[in-house]
Design a binder for this molecule. Structure first.
Ligand code: SAM
Ligand code: SF4
Length: 360
């Protein structure tokens, strides 16, 4: 590698030198920790080069296709106590709901009829749904159509994970949230970083396509720790990764903390694309809440996926991880049509596939 790649702070490089560094990364060069920290510190002009590099890598893998995943947030009950999340058990100010088996299956069928080939079943850590109930729901959706099914239901036993995999679940999303073990353990009084890593290992062993990810801008998180988060995704060799800004919720212990910086989140997505290459990376809902244009820009900065909520609107209002605007109450098919129009309006194509993992 040429000597300019040894420079510690890309923020101080000329645009031409930065261009060369990004070109090298497009070709597979793994930057130093200092270089990555510098890339996350870039101003708008410099970041444009980072975004273009990430876009080139994304297009080489996914072309100009955006994959739409439908997400059914089926329960807002949670026994977890994550300090940042509005669904935490201690937040007594929240009205809670659980969708019944029939309701979940019929929501999934309506989504499949509207063109969804990939569904995420997400909830708080809710022991009210046994593995048998969840397994039956997965089986009923699968027998309607063999869509990709992702679970995002938090920490469970190995037996549960095995049962649900056997029942037909293809993928599992479990973010590592932050790789700073001390910070992680402080933010998750009911669990630990070690436990989360063990869950991710088990899920992989069981043959799930595994997704992880983290928040940007957690109180107490450093820029160096965000770089290490990106490297952890690479080490875990994840199939998907959700990277979005932290948004403060007034009903949580972090209610007075500032929101994460959406521009930094966007640069982190771009860095993740350049460093990890193959994972599906969503333009996250959290990014869209803080910066609508930023979310659309993410499709040109490394992201290739977007998630669309599917559960009835009366539930969406109650699934308050963080405060968010409530959209128009439209049928699932109409919401999809509008999202497709938005993607096509950006000059991109809507994928018709299931959005399975791209394996090397
Ligand atoms: N309970 C499951 C779990 O924790 O994996 C799945 C649902 S949980 C609500 C999904 C994700 O929401 C978490 O992985 C976390 O990254 C994100 N989240 C929670 N609170 C957030 C906040 N205040 N700002 C941004 N993202 C948040
Ligand atoms: Fe529960 Fe997940 Fe929120 Fe933690 S992040 S409180 S486990 S819903």
């Amino acid at each position: 590698m040429s000597s300019h790649l040894e420079v510690a702070d890309p923020g101080r490089l000329s645009l031409e030198e930065l261009r060369q560094l990004v070109d090298a990364m497009v070709g597979g060069y793994l930057p130093t920790l200092d270089q990555m920290e510098g890339l996350l510190s870039l101003d708008r002009e410099g970041a444009e080069l980072l975004f273009q590099g990430a876009d080139r890598v994304k297009r080489s893998i996914f072309g100009d296709e955006v994959h739409i995943r439908g997400i059914i947030e089926f329960s807002s009950h949670c026994s977890g106590r994550c300090l940042y999340c509005g669904l935490r058990a201690d937040n007594r100010g929240l009205e809670r709901y659980r969708m019944g088996e029939e309701e979940i299956v019929s929501c999934a069928r309506e989504a499949i009829d509207a063109g969804y080939m990939s569904l995420v079943l997400q909830s708080g850590e809710d022991g009210g749904y046994t593995r048998e109930v969840l397994g039956r729901i997965i089986g009923r959706i699968k027998s309607y159509k063999d869509v990709g099914i992702t679970l995002s239901i938090g920490e469970r036993t190995y037996e549960d994970y095995r049962y649900l995999r056997d029942a037909g679940a293809d993928r599992f999303l479990m973010k590592h949230e932050t790789c700073d073990e001390v910070l992680y353990d402080r933010l998750h009084p009911h669990s630990s970083f070690r436990r989360r890593m063990e869950c991710l290992r088990q899920l992989k062993e069981l043959g799930y396509q595994v997704g992880s990810g983290f928040m940007v801008g957690l109180p107490g998180q450093s820029l160096r720790s965000i770089v290490l988060d990106v490297l952890l995704l690479r080490k875990l060799d994840v199939d998907m990764a959700g990277i979005g800004p932290f948004i403060s919720h007034p009903g949580t212990p972090l209610g007075d903390s500032p929101n994460g910086d959406p521009f930094l989140a966007l640069k982190t997505v771009a860095l993740a694309r350049l460093v990890c290459r193959r994972p599906h990376l969503p333009a996250t809902t959290a990014l869209g809440v803080l910066d609508r244009q930023g979310r659309d820009m993410a499709f040109f900065s490394g992201a290739n996926v977007v998630m669309q909520k599917l559960e009835p609107h009366r539930y969406r209002r109650m699934y308050e991880i963080y405060p968010k605007p409530h959209g128009e109450d439209l049928p699932i098919a109409e919401e999809r049509r509008r999202l497709e129009a938005l993607i096509e309006g950006l000059g991109l194509k809507v994928s018709k596939g299931r959005g399975d993992a791209v394996r090397p």
